[in-house]
Write a protein that binds this ligand. Structure first.
Ligand code: PSU
Ligand code: MN
Length: 306
């Protein structure tokens, strides 16, 4: 068998791949392990509509029935959002879940991997995983960062949450040669907040510029991802003080409860949501929709010059 035998691509996306129609990959961990039901289902449909509204085709990914799914139908979206017995698949889990038939949501790392296998070059998420605070001791560094080191996908994200050590996350990306671009900003965004206090390598003015950077990088054989930081829309940006308090508390609780490994990020996300109430969730939805829009602009520009 070759890798294509493990892919299950919807007819619509197969045709889009053949015709060179722009496609945006979307992850499912944000649905299964990042948002409550049924709000996640509403979001899952909305984010796909945003992509279609820009003239691109959405491709939500997941592992279901021993296949790497590229594009989910309504029933499959429902399964991922209900999240009953849905595992979280990062790179190390992929072969196991494909072999055992375990249903699993895809993280940034595995969505990049699946997108790349399918020939999709742009992916929209909420926030990426990174170097956790205290990683000097715990070694907790998301596999997302290693995926950026070698998989050719441009990921549009609102930066990352400060549950992570943002400075060390950027250092790690630099070491592995990953360009970090700011969409119309010179600040690396901090998910709920427009700014993080850290700069990006390059401020880009529009989607065309991002598309040219993608093409040039991969033409040269400089393999690996590109991170496009797209700040949360100003009107939804939250106060650093509000969010920082919740994040500190969530980190403390994780420590007390001895939460470790792949449970860490979902625990922190759920706890922060509880601590900040509806506000942070409303912001979360808006930033993710905005990333889908910018990712669509980028892939439309990329498909014109490719
Ligand atoms: N950070 C967020 N929201 C998310 C995630 C991270 O603000 O939904 C999810 C993404 O799917 C990301 C994964 O790829 O968590 C990272 O998990 P880990 O830290 O275990 O690698
Ligand atoms: Mn981890």
């Amino acid at each position: 068998m070759n890798y294509q035998d493990y892919l299950s691509i919807t007819p619509e996306i197969k045709q889009a791949l053949e015709n060179g129609t722009p496609i945006v990959a979307l992850e499912s961990t944000i649905l299964s392990h990042g948002m409550p039901y049924p709000e996640n289902l509403d979001f899952a449909h909305k984010v796909e509509e945003v992509v279609r509204g820009q003239g691109a085709i959405p491709a939500t990914t997941a592992i279901i029935g021993g296949k790497l799914k590229v594009g989910l139908n309504a029933d499959e979206l429902e399964i991922m959002c209900r999240a009953d017995n849905v595992a979280k698949a990062s790179r190390r889990d992929v072969a196991v879940y494909l072999s055992t038939g375990q249903t699993a949501a895809t993280t940034v790392a595995t969505t990049m991997l699946i997108a790349s296998l399918a020939g999709i070059r742009v992916f929209a998420t909420g926030g990426i995983g990174g170097v956790h605070r205290g990683a000097q001791e715990t070694m907790d560094i998301s596999a997302d960062l290693q995926e950026f080191a070698h998989t050719n996908v441009c990921v549009v994200s609102a930066g990352c949450k400060s549950i992570l050590d943002i400075g060390l996350t950027l250092e790690y990306l630099e070491t592995f040669g990953v360009p970090v671009l700011g969409y119309q900003t010179d600040q690396f965004p901090a998910f709920y907040c427009e700014t993080s206090g850290y700069g990006v390598d390059y401020k880009v003015k529009d989607a065309d510029e991002v598309a040219r950077i993608m093409k040039t990088k991969w033409d040269l054989g400089l393999n690996g991802g590109i991170l496009l930081g797209n700040p949360i829309p100003h009107e939804w940006s939250m106060d650093h003080s509000v969010i920082d308090k919740a994040i500190d508390k969530a980190l403390e609780m994780a420590k007390e409860k001895g939460i470790r490994g792949k449970a860490t990020t979902p625990f922190l996300l759920a706890t922060i949501k509880d601590l900040t109430g509806g506000d942070s969730f409303a912001s979360n939805i808006q930033l993710a929709l905005n990333n889908a829009k910018v990712a669509s602009l980028v892939v439309v520009a990329y498909s014109k010059i490719r």
